[in-house]
Design a protein around this ligand. Structure first.
Ligand SMILES: [Fe+2]
Length: 317
């Protein structure tokens, strides 16, 4: 099997631009995942973010996680658990309005570092959307506009830790799923592995790499590209040694953005538009109860759901 795609973004500025764009295209079409180096976020910022997150976990989250494990008797399970993940988590919102100032138990330097981290990731997400447009033959800015809605995109970070697990064969760190949203930028632990994606029926490790950002595509990009790019199933295997840090930042459409296949891409397909048209927040309502199920029935269900906004009927195709 080919090796996991690693893309040096700095090469976009030189004579290797063409081959780099081709690598991104291949990764989007065949993997739904790729890993970026030289992506523009400084190593110093990433090191601070990592240190502050690890300190925060120790200080504010570890005890809560241990209590949850004890209360549910997870250390002693004898059979496979399919309704709990071995994961400690909380969320930060950056767009449309940041909530970092209101989230409790965060040190001031943590808030500042995460604000800077989010700002730089937002720029990277927007650059990537335009690179995708270029590869798809869509005009520059198309995807950003498709995500805009009335208030701009939603952007947030899921801060996760996967502590050492005594029963990794019985409890997943995070059960298999595809991501609902747009484009996901992951800063993962450089030592403790665990993230895997499903490729050609086999689980493939996403290799930890210091200072890299892992990118994956969510369900909305599958819809907008009319299936040319696919959201890919992934999961986290809990490890018996080491605590895995995972900061997944989701650059998603605004809640009232209307999502549908780009007409230019649907027209090129003999079968026409195969994905539904819907309001993003309606998709998220459906996803909330079905995250760990296959995506295809979600897309089918969206063909029959009435839009919740009062913006007039939207045609479903
Ligand atoms: Fe995910």
């Amino acid at each position: 099997m080919e090796s996991f795609p690693v893309i040096d973004l700095e090469k976009l500025n030189g004579e290797e631009r063409g081959t780099t764009m081709a690598k991104i295209k291949d990764a989007c079409e065949n993997w739904g995942f790729f890993e970026l180096v030289n992506h523009g976020l400084s190593h110093q910022l990433l090191d601070s973010v990592e240190r502050l997150n690890k300190e925060h976990y120790k200080k504010c989250m570890e005890q809560k996680f241990k209590q949850m494990v004890a209360s549910k008797g997870l250390e002693a399970v004898q059979s496979e658990i399919d309704d709990i993940d071995w994961e400690s988590t909380f969320h930060l919102r950056h767009l449309p309005v940041s909530d970092i100032s209101e989230v409790p138990d965060l040190e001031e330097d943590y808030r500042m570092a995460m604000k800077q981290f989010a700002l730089e990731l937002e720029k990277l997400a927007e650059l990537l959307l335009d690179l995708l447009c270029e590869n798809l033959g869509l005009e520059k800015g198309y995807l950003k506009r498709a995500f805009h809605g009335s208030k701009g995109p939603t952007f947030g970070t899921k801060v996760s830790n996967y502590p050492p697990c005594p029963k990794p064969d019985l409890i997943k760190g995070l059960r298999a799923h595809t991501d609902a949203g747009g484009i996901i930028l992951l800063f993962q632990d450089d030592k403790v592995s665990g993230l895997q994606l499903l490729k050609d029926g086999q689980w493939v490790d996403v290799p930890p790499m210091r200072h890299s950002i892992v990118i994956n595509l969510g369900d909305q990009l599958e819809v907008i590209t009319n299936g040319k790019y696919k959201s890919i199933e992934h999961r986290v295997i809990a490890q018996s040694d080491g605590n895995r840090m995972s900061l997944a930042s989701f650059y998603n459409p605004g809640s009232d953005a209307v999502i549908y296949p780009a007409p230019e891409l649907a027209e090129k397909e003999e079968k026409g538009q195969v994905y539904p048209k819907f309001v993003f927040e309606d998709y998220m309502k459906l996803y909330a109860g079905r995250k760990f199920q296959a995506k295809e029935p979600r897309f089918e269900a969206m063909k029959t759901i009435e839009p919740s906004l009062n913006s007039g009927p939207i045609a479903t195709v």
